[in-house]
Ligand binder design. Structure first.
Ligand SMILES: Cc1cc2nc3c(=O)[nH]c(=O)nc-3n(C[C@H](O)[C@H](O)[C@H](O)COP(=O)(O)OP(=O)(O)OC[C@H]3O[C@@H](n4cnc5c(N)ncnc54)[C@H](O)[C@@H]3O)c2cc1C
Length: 390
């Protein structure tokens, strides 16, 4: 029987869920508080586990038009510039995991999902629609918007991001906590950079209490650069995109090697995110209750150090659509969804935190890391349990 699925939030997670549920024959109504569907100007890496899901939704050709397909992930010392380790991402990696490693502009990924959704489905997309709360009753669920509209449905999905209001009503477990890590990000045309700074690889530069990640997007024409530092954030942490001060970033990078400093110097315009996280959910019972389930950052916000936050939201969406397609009652279906997702999400969250500690290591731990990376490179960088998919 066709169910009506109400989705709160039109970010990458909400759109992915709307697409997956529509393709599975559900009736979908999505509510986004903003006046238009937009994504910030930054990049996102997608492992083969995620690309496989997108391909399954018929997005392979569209993805090929806008993404970049780097052939190498390299780890370099931010201090000496030396190469510490390499993971080859080319043909053998794709063959091993059944899909390529992709880097893409967030806005392109968002537009890809939105395009498929509007072309392929009758999903109802409501902009300017902040959702205030929900009321669950025996026969269904009622969503209340801030402008006093009431909408009836069978399932409610909270895909409303790290500061999720739906989670607050469901779990009442307080807000996310600032990590003390700040992400400066920039996007530049490769042609505007000196040839020595252009790159088609994923590169992570590791230094004490900092790291920088760079990779191509938009078919390789643009370079996405993210510099993560440990420093105090001033201003509203909930507003995750502040104008950033290039001078302050250059000061924080002053001890790094010349090639990295040259890259940082070559970029004028930086935006700033303060990174906040929550601990992993304690069990499936926290990801779904009755007719309500959480998805993406609303359920499992994570540090970006495994580059899988959007990826896990997309995996969530695929699993949700599968679970809602069974003949069970809605609470059982959502229970199955949560059961299949929460522990993988928690494992990715934990691994991302650990990566952050390793990336930012100081003193003897840093020397040990560099030595291990040189010795075991590919084995340390490959993550088979993750890239094989859920
Ligand atoms: C620096 C950085 C780098 C990253 N790099 C990667 C990467 O390489 N790979 C990767 O997979 N992930 C990456 N991530 C993580 C990824 O960006 C997030 O996990 C992902 O965007 C979460 O998507 P979401 O849809 O769950 O939430 P969001 O993108 O936050 O979307 C939530 C949506 O809900 C809407 N909303 C909120 N409240 C309401 C309400 N009450 N009513 C209606 N609408 C509402 C918001 O307006 C928004 O549109 C990175 C994150 C950061 C900060």
């Amino acid at each position: 029987m066709t169910k009506k699925t109400l989705i709160v939030g039109g970010g990458i997670g909400g759109l992915a869920a709307a697409l997956a549920c529509s393709q599975a024959g559900q009736s979908v109504a999505l509510f986004e508080r903003s006046a238009e569907f937009t994504e910030v100007g930054a990049g996102v890496q997608l492992g083969p586990n995620v690309v496989k899901v997108l391909q399954g939704w018929g997005l392979q050709a569209a993805l090929a038009q806008v993404a970049a397909f780097p052939e190498r992930l390299q780890i370099r010392s931010a201090m000496s510039g030396a190469e510490l380790g390499v993971l080859q991402l080319g043909a053998s990696f794709s063959a091993r995991y059944g899909a390529p490693y992709v880097t893409i502009h967030r806005a392109d990924l968002h537009a890809l999902l939105l395009g498929a959704l509007t072309q392929q489905s009758g999903a109802q997309l409501n902009l300017n629609s902040p959702v205030d709360r929900f009321v669950e009753h025996e026969a269904g669920i009622t969503l209340h918007t801030a402008d006093a509209r009431e909408v009836q449905g069978d399932v409610l999905l909270g895909a409303d991001g790290v500061w999720s209001r739906m989670r607050q009503q469901m779990l009442n477990d307080g807000g996310p906590q600032p990590t003390g890590h700040l992400a400066y990000r920039a996007m530049v045309m490769q042609s505007s950079l000196p040839a020595s700074l252009r790159s088609q690889h994923v590169t992570a530069w590791l230094g004490p209490k900092l790291h920088v990640v760079q990779y191509p997007v938009r078919g390789g024409e643009w370079l996405n650069v993210v510099a993560i530092v440990q420093a105090r954030m001033t201003g509203d942490i909930q507003n995750w995109d502040h104008s950033a001060n290039a001078g302050e970033l250059r000061r924080l990078m002053a001890t790094t090697c010349p090639p990295l400093q040259n890259l940082i110097q070559a970029i004028e315009a930086w935006r700033l995110w303060g990174l906040s996280i929550r601990p992993p959910l304690r069990g499936a019972h926290e990801q779904a209750q009755g007719r309500v389930a959480l998805l993406g950052d609303a359920a499992h916000p994570m540090l970006p150090y495994l580059a899988q936050g959007a990826g896990m939201a997309i995996e969530d969406a695929a699993e949700l659509a599968r679970s809602l397609a069974t003949a069970d009652a809605v609470p059982t279906q959502l229970g199955q969804y949560a059961h299949r997702r929460w522990s993988r999400n928690a494992r990715v969250q934990a691994r991302a935190i650990r990566n952050g500690q390793i990336f930012h290591a100081t003193g003897p731990v840093r020397w040990g890391r560099d030595a291990a990376m040189k010795l075991l490179g590919e084995r340390l960088l490959d993550v088979p349990w993750l890239y094989r998919g859920a």
